[in-house]
Ligand binder design. Structure first.
Ligand SMILES: Cc1cc2nc3c(=O)[nH]c(=O)nc-3n(C[C@H](O)[C@H](O)[C@H](O)COP(=O)(O)O)c2cc1C
Length: 195
């Protein structure tokens, strides 16, 4: 079986929760959403309000052909079903947050749940991967390091950022990891989970 087919098989019929937070690298998450949808996965995108200022939710909706969750409250006003974050959390095979901002890492590490991404994460029992992306001085900050250490301790997989030119104009560590690396990490996580 060609390698591409084996890769697609790992995604076909799976449900991926893609959390997008408000960093400049948010546009790169659209590429991941597109790849996985083409391989037959159902990708449900969850965006913080800050993420929705960088990339329109419509981009993810069109690429994944699925509704995008951007608000804890909106879906509740339209439905009498279980809360959307509980539904999403119980259906996902894996949850990836890319890019993960410093702000998001702080909220998630401390168990806060005031946006659709963090509230769904707290209700999610499966494998979580986060791919941080930020300015190099933010990445080196003791508070960010501590939040990452806490998340690692709890079994969250951190896909470390790379070194390179950053959108803020500096050069250093903080660039969202290469998309192929993130893709491989998610494929590995799906392969480890029984269907
Ligand atoms: C132009 C611009 C680019 C930003 N890029 C990043 C980034 O790459 N990483 C980051 O951690 N924060 C970045 N921020 C700051 C976040 O948007 C801010 O902390 C926000 O509260 C994040 O919210 P969220 O974590 O709920 O998405 C940026 C802000 C602006 C205005």
């Amino acid at each position: 079986m060609p390698a591409g087919d084996a890769l697609a098989d790992g995604f076909r019929g799976r449900k991926i929760l893609l959390g997008v937070t408000g960093g400049i690298a948010a546009y790169k998450a659209a590429d991941l959403a597109s790849r996985w949808t083409q391989r037959g996965a159902t990708v449900r995108t969850l965006m913080t309000p800050a993420a929705a200022r960088f990339v329109a939710p419509l981009t993810f909706q069109a690429l994944t052909r699925q509704p995008v969750a951007t608000d804890i409250w909106r879906a509740e006003e339209e439905s009498h079903h279980r809360p959307e974050h509980i539904d999403l959390a119980s259906e996902g095979d894996v949850f990836l947050v890319a890019p993960a901002t410093a702000d998001f890492l702080g909220r998630y590490a401390n168990g806060l749940a005031d946006d659709i991404v963090t509230v769904t994460l707290l209700a999610f029992a499966g494998s979580v991967l986060v791919a941080p992306a930020m300015n190099d001085r933010m990445w080196a900050h003791a508070a960010v390091k501590r939040n990452l250490a806490l998340l690692r301790e709890r079994g969250v997989a951190i896909i470390e950022p790379g070194v390179g030119h950053l959108a803020c104009g500096s050069f250093g560590a903080g660039r969202l990891a290469d998309l192929d690396l993130i893709d491989q990490a998610v494929a590995k996580s799906l392969a480890a989970r029984a269907r």
